[in-house]
Design a protein around this ligand. Structure first.
Ligand code: ZN
Length: 573
């Protein structure tokens, strides 16, 4: 297969070591990408900023765990992925090319198809002429395709499993242990950064749609009756496009007050997500929260917003999502595993409520009904759950219709009792808001966002916090005394703790061009003047301004630059 590099960013990414298609020497495999030496530095800095922002610096209790990629089938049955994690696929009967049916229809008919049911798509394909892009044959054969990567766990294909499509299920299945380790207190956030795999039908959008990628997400578990303190973020302006297409740009507290969100915690993490996006170089205005319609939402979600930024080649791209998963996952895993994953929460005021209780004289019941006693007790328990006091309260006898016949249970054997109880706690399944970020999509988006032209040159104006290096050091020319001094400065800055790039090959112009293209914010050059004790030059990536700075004050000057201060005003230059 031939992979196209027909775009500026893709070309730069490959040439300057950010990313390229995996297994290129074998022709490449669609949807799989290698992240190169400069790409991994930027990606790791994004990941570390994410950790610092949402975990380390958070005033909430958010902890990180790590769980496996290989997931037993049962877990993904409980989560609903085995049944529902599908995309519609259409195959060309002539050339056998495979397409995502909704995307192909969207491209050819210029209509929105996201979330369309399989039947609706079949109808659309039967009514409109949608053709194979390669050979022009009309397409009709639409199927549902599950995106899970299937595998086997252990030899002899004994147990069926999948690569995880999200890190969330590992968090839900580890909830009980994590909750206990964290002193059984809500709210509790449990984060995970890791690889996930989705067998996309036809990925053709660079790092935007991959078959294996890195997710940074956390499940934030809370009692839905407890309202968060929104203080610190309440005035953050967020831009929301509702599912009916209304655009709302308001303070988070006002959006919450207007009831546009299913829970105030959604607002809290949307505001926090804007803060994070600002740290990696986007303005609040460049970040839109697009609400998914009911049809478009995942099976577990009560409300989801895609976090959208704009890219030059792919247009609007989803780089994160904020989903209100309610208590769906914990309930399902309780049912499927038989383990009680509910937690006890204190009530603000104790409440008196009516409880039902089945009283049984086991010895007498056993004597009369023998092996059928168990079925009788089960039937009474089931009845008690749905019973009303007026119907069954303290009855002399209860008639049960059981598979083996009709039985009469007198109150000396068993009875359903109704009583009032005052309780100060109750069992709940915690609700969950899930902020989930795609690390590779963010990498792509920040590179795209930072790439600009100046004269005939390209500059990657990455924010200094995520640039691959803090600073570069060059000798002006490859001359021994200059090289010697430049190496000494490189070593000194490394030891001080800066991430430094050293380069002495080729002309100074080419070296400046290289660091501009990989986004190094500043370059230090050692020249003849430096040998004479008149300091070194520091060149700014974006403005190409140069300052001459006293060597003894170099690390101080870099610190000042990193803080955004003016060297001239500070008297460094
Ligand atoms: Zn075809």
């Amino acid at each position: 297969m031939k992979l196209a590099f027909n775009d500026e960013l893709e070309e730069l990414a490959r040439r300057r070591g950010f990313f390229w298609p995996s297994y290129e020497i074998y022709g490449g495999t669609a949807g799989l990408y290698d992240i190169g030496p400069n790409g991994i530095k930027v990606k790791q800095k994004i990941e570390n900023l994410w950790r610092d922002h949402f975990i380390t610096s958070s005033l909430l209790n958010i902890v990180e765990i790590e769980t496996p990629m290989v997931t037993p089938q049962r877990v993904l049955e409980a989560s609903g992925h085995v049944e529902s994690f599908t995309d519609p696929l259409v195959i060309c009967p002539k050339c056998h090319r495979v397409y995502r049916a909704d995307q192909l229809a969207e491209a050819q008919l210029k209509i929105k198809t996201e979330g369309m049911a399989l039947d609706e798509l079949k109808k659309l394909y039967s009514e409109k002429e949608i053709v194979c892009e390669a050979c022009g044959t009309r397409l009709l054969d639409i199927q549902s395709f599950n995106l899970l990567f299937h595998t086997y766990i252990g030899p002899f294909t004994a147990e069926s499993g999948f690569l995880r499509p999200e890190t969330a299920q590992g968090i839900f299945t580890a909830f009980k242990r994590t909750f206990e380790a964290e002193r059984k207190k809500l709210p509790l956030g449990v984060a995970q950064v890791g690889r996930v795999a989705r067998n996309e039908i036809s990925p053709r959008q660079s790092l935007i749609r991959m078959r294996e990628f890195t997710i940074m997400e956390f499940e934030f578990f809370f009692d839905p009756d407890q309202v968060p303190d929104l203080d610190s973020l309440q005035n953050k302006i967020i831009k929301i496009r509702l599912s009916d297409n209304t655009l709302v740009v308001e303070k988070m507290k006002d959006i919450v007050a207007r009831g546009l969100l299913k829970h105030p915690w959604m607002g809290y993490f949307m505001a926090s997500a804007v803060d994070f996006m600002e740290k990696i170089g986007f303005t609040a205005d460049e970040v839109t929260f697009q609400e998914k319609s009911e049809k478009e939402r995942a099976h577990y979600s009560a409300q989801t917003f895609d976090v959208i930024v704009s890219t030059k080649r792919w247009g609007d791209v989803e780089v994160a999502g904020i989903a209100y998963r309610t208590n769906y996952d914990l309930r399902r895993h309780s049912e499927f595993s038989g383990q009680d994953l509910s937690v006890s929460v204190q009530l603000a005021v104790p409440v008196t409520k009516k409880v039902t209780h089945v009283w049984v004289n086991r010895a007498a019941l056993g004597k009369k009904f023998g092996k059928y006693s168990v079925d009788i007790v089960n039937a009474l328990n089931a009845l008690a759950e749905s019973a009303k006091e007026e119907e069954l309260g303290n009855k002399e006898k209860i008639i049960l219709n059981l598979p083996f016949g009709k039985v009469e249970i007198t109150s000396d054997l068993a009875r359903i009792e109704f009583k009032e109880e005052t309780v100060s706690s109750e069992k709940i399944y915690p609700h969950v808001v899930e902020p989930s970020f795609g690390a590779d999509r963010l990498l792509y988006a920040v590179l795209d966002h930072s790439l600009r032209n100046k004269e005939d040159r390209r500059i990657l104006s990455l924010p200094k916090a995520i640039a691959p290096y803090d600073i570069a050091v060059f000798p002006l020319v490859e001359e021994e005394k200059l090289v010697h001094k430049a190496r000494a400065i490189f070593e000194m800055l490394k030891k001080t703790g800066f991430d430094v790039l050293y380069d002495e090959d080729g002309t100074i112009g080419r070296r400046y061009a290289r660091v501009d293209e990989i986004g190094v914010p500043w370059a230090i050059t050692v020249d003849e003047e430096s040998i004479a004790g008149r300091g070194v030059t520091i060149r700014d990536r974006d403005s190409w301004t140069q300052w001459r700075v006293n060597e003894a004050r170099l690390s101080e000057a870099i610190e000042a630059l990193r803080k955004g201060l003016d060297l001239k005003l500070l008297g460094f230059a």
